[in-house]
Design a protein around this ligand. Structure first.
Ligand SMILES: Cc1cc2nc3c(=O)[nH]c(=O)nc-3n(C[C@H](O)[C@H](O)[C@H](O)COP(=O)(O)O)c2cc1C
Length: 354
């Protein structure tokens, strides 16, 4: 049966529908529980949270559902501060924004390394919870982390943006792979390349299906049940949707972000100008103007631009903010997470009746 796949069996869910993790508080415990309670798989985005915050989010979700759900973490390498000065292209490109927004430029030269939560401490926090499934983006975590999670009975999944990355995910012993096409909203998971381009999800699925035997979750540009059916017919075992859930009430997206999404006025593009890592965003003024310039590495570029974002948000200069969105965002509709999930399920049931 179409909806009974190796992935639904692996994680014990009814429908091959995964709600994507969306850092920034968008994939809330409420949203995750709604999707899981309806027989899909919700995912909490915990990549930027401290162990204490992780425990809180997991416990809150566990109190709202007794069905399986996943959590997502960033498996990233150690970062160093790049040696930049006022003559570096990366800095010179940002100075006009500091000037226009009247931000003290000395902030640009007094950066410390990002105090990102330690992955090992995040993992320890997860090991102390009943969360059954852990997914990763941005890289593959070290073998001892994979081993620890598996030994404690957790299902481990990593994200790939190319067939080569998917093969590595399989070889490192992961239980399943999320294939993220270049049309996906938000940051690219890429770790073998910089993620500037690459195949869209359908093509990536076709290229990769023959190369790996673990369950595949397609992700990127999927907004409705018909598309899920197409992906499953082409060999996917589930589909992970982000942008479609971004439009739901439970995402509580900032009003100016939601307005930009609902206006459907601009195309999306891949940009590394906001954080130093390529991400699919609305092609707004900042993305366009910064495109010719080299960005500092991730997450350092994110620190250099953070004063621009906070001042721009404060004074309503929204054209300088990153509006993460998948290439199919114009198909998004305002509704509740329950209504979206039920519609996806109905569309799957409808396709099965033929
Ligand atoms: C606002 C936003 C935040 C995201 N945050 C994460 C994240 O924390 N971890 C992750 O693995 N993927 C993240 N993603 C990517 C999604 O997992 C998924 O690949 C993408 O949303 C799929 O494409 P779609 O948006 O076209 O459905 C994010 C996507 C968006 C739109």
């Amino acid at each position: 049966m179409l909806t009974n796949t190796s992935f639904t069996e692996l994680v014990g869910i009814q429908w091959p529908i995964v709600q994507a993790p969306m850092v920034g508080g968008y994939s809330s415990p409420e949203m995750v529980a709604i999707v899981s309670n309806l027989g899909g798989l919700g995912t909490l985005a915990l990549g930027n949270l401290t162990p204490e915050q992780i425990k809180q989010q997991c416990n809150q979700t566990l109190s709202l559902t007794d069905k399986p759900f996943a959590i997502n973490l960033f498996a990233r390498q150690k970062q160093t501060i790049p040696s930049l000065n006022k003559n570096s292209e990366e800095i010179k490109a940002l100075i006009p924004y500091y000037q226009q927004l009247e931000i003290d430029e000395s902030v640009l030269f007094n950066q410390k390394i990002a105090n990102l939560p330690d992955l090992n401490l995040q993992i320890d926090a997860i090991l102390n919870t009943e969360v059954p499934i852990v997914t990763f983006t941005f890289d593959i975590p070290s073998p001892d982390i994979v081993e620890k999670l598996k030994q404690s009975g957790k299902i481990v999944i990593a994200t790939a943006t190319s067939t080569d990355e998917a093969k590595l995910v399989q070889n490192e012993g992961f239980d399943a792979v999320i294939l993220q096409g270049s049309n996906a909203g938000g940051h690219r998971a890429s770790f073998l390349t910089d993620g500037n381009g690459g195949p869209e999800t359908q093509l990536l699925l076709k290229q990769t299906k023959q190369a790996v035997s673990i369950p595949i979750i397609s992700s990127g540009g999927i907004m409705n049940g018909q598309q899920i059916v197409q992906h499953i017919s082409n060999g996917a075992d589930a589909c992970q949707l982000g942008t479609a859930y971004l439009f739901t009430d439970e995402a509580k997206v900032e009003s100016y972000y939601l307005e930009a999404l609902l206006q459907h006025q601009v195309e999306t593009c891949l940009s590394d100008s906001f954080t130093g890592k390529y991400a699919r965003v609305l092609n707004n003024r900042f993305a366009k103007e910064m495109k010719p310039y080299r960005a500092a590495s991730f997450p350092y570029q994110g620190q250099l631009t953070s004063s621009i974002r906070s001042k721009a948000a404060d004074i309503g200069r929204y054209e300088y903010l990153p509006f993460w969105a998948g290439a199919s965002y114009s198909l998004g509709r305002r509704q509740t997470a329950a209504s979206l999930t039920k519609t996806l399920i109905d569309e799957l049931k409808f396709s099965m009746s033929y």
